[in-house]
Design a protein around this ligand. Sequence first.
Ligand SMILES: Cc1ncc(COP(=O)(O)O)c(C=O)c1O
Length: 436
Amino acid sequence: MNTVLKNVNLETSYAEAEDNFKQRNPNSAAMHVSASEVMPGGNTRTVLHYAPYPLTFSKGEGAHLYDADGHKLVDFLGEYTAGIYGHSNPIIQSAIETAVRDGIVLGGPNMMEARLARLLVERFPALDLIRFTNSGTEANLMAIGAARAFTGRSKVMAMEGGYHGGVLYFASPSPINAPFEMVLIPYNDPAVAREVIKREGDQLACVIVEPMMGSSGCIPASKEFLATLRSATIETGTLLIFDEVMTSRLAPGGRHGDLEILPDLITLGKYLGGGVSFGAFGGREDIMEGFNPKADGAWPHAGTFNNNIMTMTAGVAGLTQLFTPEACRQLNAKGDSFRRRLINSIETRSLPMQVSGIGSMNTIHFTDKPILRPVNDPIANRKRDLLHLDMLNSGVYHARRGMLNLSLPMVDEDLDYAIGCFEEFLDSRAGILAAD
Ligand SMILES: Cc1ncc(COP(=O)(O)O)c(C=O)c1O
């Protein structure tokens, strides 16, 4: 590739990166073609698709992945924050082996579910009582359902660009969304939030918010914004739900614990099941008691696998032996320093980019304007796609949307390697990155 062209033309650079990717990954290409015969687009989880086709993985070990063409990659996707323990932690492996050995699909309460529930209730200040689900999506559906049942109101407020699962997706209109009567407001705008919550008043069952937007780009909510949501919802008798499916990992007591703001309900997911499918919702006792099956007229909450023994056992092992409060603080401190290094790489080259995030969750953005809420800029998105392919071609796996998450097994060498690849990207693509 002619370096002049490479540095001035985004599309030519992208085509070059895609060619490299295709040459490196013929087996993943074949797997994709075969998968497309039986799944639409060869895909069963939209976020895992990217052009020209996604890498297929054959194995994971520690903080590394191996793809179908035999490349070893450092895993900065970290299963979108669920992979905090990495791929092969012996404590998690042995917990799951024990669960399997002692029998699966037990069909009754088991020895581990109340232990995991107690660990979570002790850890997260908003939780008086908790219930398990199979995913974060289900947890949010249940929390919203509980809020509507408890208040007797129908409307649900969420944020423009927010994400609470495949049926609660607010980045663009989705025909797949759950048919709640939604009110959307801009993120990080306390004045608008207060006004709309007051206006909706006794129609509004709940406000659901990510304390830091995850999938829309690791955009932290200001404390003022979240505190405004708290005070305005108290005034109108509306329930406040913090979706901590991703952010609970950012501090020992979650983001709400760190900010000392107490929502009525929180939802959890991802890593808290030790890497096995997981979701949970919980909060104020008077609300959660609505699910008490010993009471007349209790709200139903079903889910064959809610208390599945593999998740419960792996979750307990992870929280008691690995992701202790101290390990949580250390991982997030490591993430803060990693983000500072990424920012430093950008600033020393004076490029119009930035990195947002908190602790172990970070997103690279192709703009130097302040980011208070999600932005959708096609040129920035194309640069982000180029970063993704260039990093994949160098052996660093991260989310196409620019998100990089740390995991416990990552060592300095992994972080240094990613910084090196990022700087190589910034240098080799400097010409196009500098242009708007
Ligand atoms: C903030 C947030 N809420 C909910 C979900 C949905 O969780 P799950 O994928 O387990 O259904 C996600 C998933 O990425 C998420 O980021």
